[in-house]
Design a protein around this ligand. Structure first.
Ligand code: GUN
Ligand code: ZN
Length: 430
């Protein structure tokens, strides 16, 4: 790609949090703007005329009426579940045992892990996703596979070895000690290398002994700058199971808290059925919750309280949760978040949905100083959306009274055909 490059079109300007400010003031769709990319970063953003004047040597790519957005940030996914996405008919625990664990078993084979890692990053880039925070499997090779693949693409990615030392099949269990040792070695190998970060990854309390949670809590205390990702209160049967496995815990969150696994760099996927104490502690510690709407409807988990949790000032990201989630697309994920909001009587504005998929998720990952918005100095990760990508969307967009109504049609009905281009680190992906 020639350097500098000037992309012109409409630009999504994420100024402030649309859950705290009026949505259409917090985010703006700027007409006839542009973004200058230089050496993998955003060198400038503003009115196209000003940029053409100030960057006369830049090569312009004109996207016309397309919307240039920050690249989508998927704050919780399981790349090893790529090939079993959309598996029929089970709820969480049966779904794990029937579909997920047998597939994850295959990732001891480094070649298979590399094949799926490449396929997964192709699929997500085609859907406009530029950063992912993903679980791997218990196999260190599964971490190496996705990290190497992201590294060769110049992509920002967070990943961690999933740790499980009970309630999983033979061949898919580690131990407290090996989880500590392998996680430490992988963290030392990958964390902070190029655009990669390591996240400590206990799968969830039912598949870890208290000893394993303590070992990972100790490792986190040694590396507090790392993220820690896990699952929390996704289904009611799961919560009952956690209570029986940890009889002295005050609640589900306490199984993490009492083992050193609650903190400001913690990411808690799902967080649907929370008790008041859990909400208070999550807020006090500044931990992040991750809303996974297509997964929550697909596996039948429940309705995340987006509006209530945002009102409390919780930090919240948005995610596909592939392959419990039924899509690789953050557009489809925003649509599902809207639908869940409707079922709770609190519809989200298009600006709130786009915020969650970009800067909100970047904040959840504590990376909003580098990704998630179009501002000078940010990394050049962008998705360019065609807001009339299918006849159905086109005819609805033509009726729109304003740009928010127009973009909402693409949020609700768009898929990878709406993605005109995905830019990762200043280069077109794919
Ligand atoms: N809880 C524990 N593991 C998983 C998983 O792989 N997917 C989902 N959706 N929930 C989980
Ligand atoms: Zn998950």
């Amino acid at each position: 790609m020639p350097d500098p490059t000037l992309l012109t079109g409409r630009v999504l300007n994420t100024l402030s949090d649309p859950f705290r400010e009026p949505a259409e003031e917090a985010l703006r769709i700027e007409d006839d703007w542009g973004v200058v990319l230089e050496r993998g970063r955003i060198a400038a953003a503003g009115p196209a005329g000003d940029l053409r004047r100030d960057w006369p040597t830049a090569t312009e790519i004109a996207y016309g009426r397309d919307l240039i957005c920050p690249g989508f940030v998927d704050a919780h996914a399981h790349y090893p579940q790529t090939a079993i996405i959309a598996s029929w008919g089970k709820r969480l625990i049966d779904w794990l045992n029937s579909y997920t664990f047998p597939e994850e078993m295959r990732f001891g084979d480094a070649d298979y892990a590399a094949e799926i890692a490449a396929r997964y990053l192709d699929l997500t880039a085609a859907n406009g996703t530029t950063t992912i925070c993903t679980f791997c499997t218990i196999h260190p090779a599964s971490v190496d596979a996705i990290m190497s693949e992201a590294q060769s693409r110049g992509q920002r990615l967070v990943a961690g070895k999933t740790c499980m030392d009970r309630n999983a099949p033979e061949g898919l269990k580690d131990t407290a000690q090996s989880a500590y040792d392998d996680s430490k070695a992988l963290l030392e190998k990958w964390h902070g290398r190029d655009r990669l970060s390591y996240a400590l990854t206990p799968r969830f309390s039912p598949t870890s002994t208290p000893d394993q949670l303590s070992a990972l809590g100790a490792l986190w205390a040694e590396h507090p700058d790392c993220l820690m990702q896990t699952h929390l209160s996704e289904q009611t049967d799961e919560i009952d199971w956690v209570k029986s496995l940890y009889p002295s815990a005050r609640d589900y969150l306490d199984t993490y808290e009492s083992h050193g696994l609650l903190g400001p760099n913690g990411l808690y996927g799902h967080a649907i059925h929370l008790e008041a104490r859990e909400r208070d502690r999550l807020k006090e510690t500044g931990a992040a919750l991750v809303h996974c709407p297509t997964s929550n409807t697909f596996i039948g988990s429940g309705l995340f309280d987006m509006a209530g949790l945002a009102d409390e000032g919780q930090r919240i990201g948005l995610a596909t949760d592939t392959g419990g989630g039924s899509s690789f697309s953050m557009l489809r994920t925003m649509a599902a978040a809207y639908e869940i909001g409707q079922l709770r009587g609190t519809p989200l504005h298009a600006a709130q949905l786009l915020w969650l998929a970009t800067r909100g998720s970047a904040q959840a990952l504590r990376m909003d100083d580098r990704i998630g918005s179009i501002r000078t100095g940010m990394e050049a990760d962008l998705v360019v959306l065609d807001l009339g990508s299918t006849p159905a969307i086109q005819q609805r967009a033509e009726r729109a009274d304003d740009a928010w109504e127009e973009v909402f049609a693409t949020i609700m009905m768009g898929d990878d055909r709406a993605v005109r281009a995905t830019w990762i680190g200043g280069k077109v992906a794919g």
